[in-house]
Ligand binder design. Structure first.
Ligand code: FPP
Length: 250
């Protein structure tokens, strides 16, 4: 697909649940970590494709709060992959204008991973071509409860009044503050669930499920998802005719 044939319109923000690494490995009679390793190559390709076509925000669900319950060896392996990925990609991110942010409980990550993460976040802070959000030790309910606690504290101190609370104020207390909500959610591997991922932010997202497992989800598969998105009509609660008028006049 050359530059003149990119799907149009493009989503501004794509969120991905990268699922199926374990099954992909098991089908090849390999350990689960082999699937995660192959999954890192898909992460690289997703970032590169998003940047190439002009998606501005990419949010990847890399490790959930529930994933801490996985066997110790798998968790350790995932953390090693993460550290290696961050070390290897820092220069490329800076060169390509990719700004990294982390959504999740950074403090729960091993010290060396957190330090590397902080370094990449700080050194890419000025980049703006693609915002890459890595969700690490992330859970949407925990994120929302944190927001409610912070807003409650501000109400108790008089900094805010309960009537000040609206969609925007709540959004501003989430990890994704300042970013547009995802327009498109992709989940790989045939599962059709949200799994505690961006429950507030995905309210109006288009959902795209594919049977392809994450290690096989590469540039062509990403472009296919973007193509399908381009053909969807987004109504935001309006009728089809109203939505068409809004699109035509915007
Ligand atoms: C889900 O597949 C995948 C994960 C829990 C981890 C995702 C991690 C990566 C893609 C690699 C590391 C990421 C970065 C950013 C370096 P699963 O293990 O649940 O697969 P299964 O459902 O087939 O068991």
């Amino acid at each position: 697909m050359d530059e003149t044939h990119y799907p149009d319109p493009l989503p501004r923000h794509v969120a991905i649940i990268m699922d199926g690494n374990g099954r992909w490995a098991q089908q090849r009679h390999r350990l689960r970590l082999f699937g995660h390793k192959a999954g890192v190559d898909s992460v690289r390709e997703a970032v590169e494709t998003a940047r190439e076509v002009g998606v501005r925000y990419l949010t990847l669900y890399a490790f959930s709060t529930e994933n801490w319950q996985r066997p110790g060896l798998e968790v350790k392996g995932l953390m090693t992959l993460l550290r290696t990925y961050l070390q290897a990609e820092l220069d490329t991110m800076k060169k390509n204008g990719v700004r990294l942010q982390c959504f999740g409980q950074k403090d729960r990550l091993p010290d060396d991973v957190r330090k590397m993460l902080d370094k990449v976040i700080a050194e890419t802070e000025h980049c703006s071509r693609l915002h890459l959000n890595l969700c690490l030790s992330y859970g949407s309910r925990t994120e929302m409860i944190g927001a409610i606690q912070e807003i409650s504290r501000k109400c108790a101190s008089g900094e805010l009044k309960p009537d000040d609370i609206d969609d925007h104020l709540f959004s501003d207390h989430l990890y994704s503050t300042g970013q547009p909500d995802p327009d498109l959610l992709i989940r790989t591997s045939g599962e059709q669930r949200l799994s505690n991922f961006l429950l507030w932010q995905l309210s109006y997202a288009e959902l795209y499920f594919t049977d392809i497992k994450w290690p096989d989800f590469r540039r062509d598969q990403f472009l296919e998802a973007l193509e399908e998105y381009a053909g969807r009509q987004r109504r935001f609660g309006k009728t089809g005719a109203q939505a068409e008028t809004t699109c035509a006049s915007s």
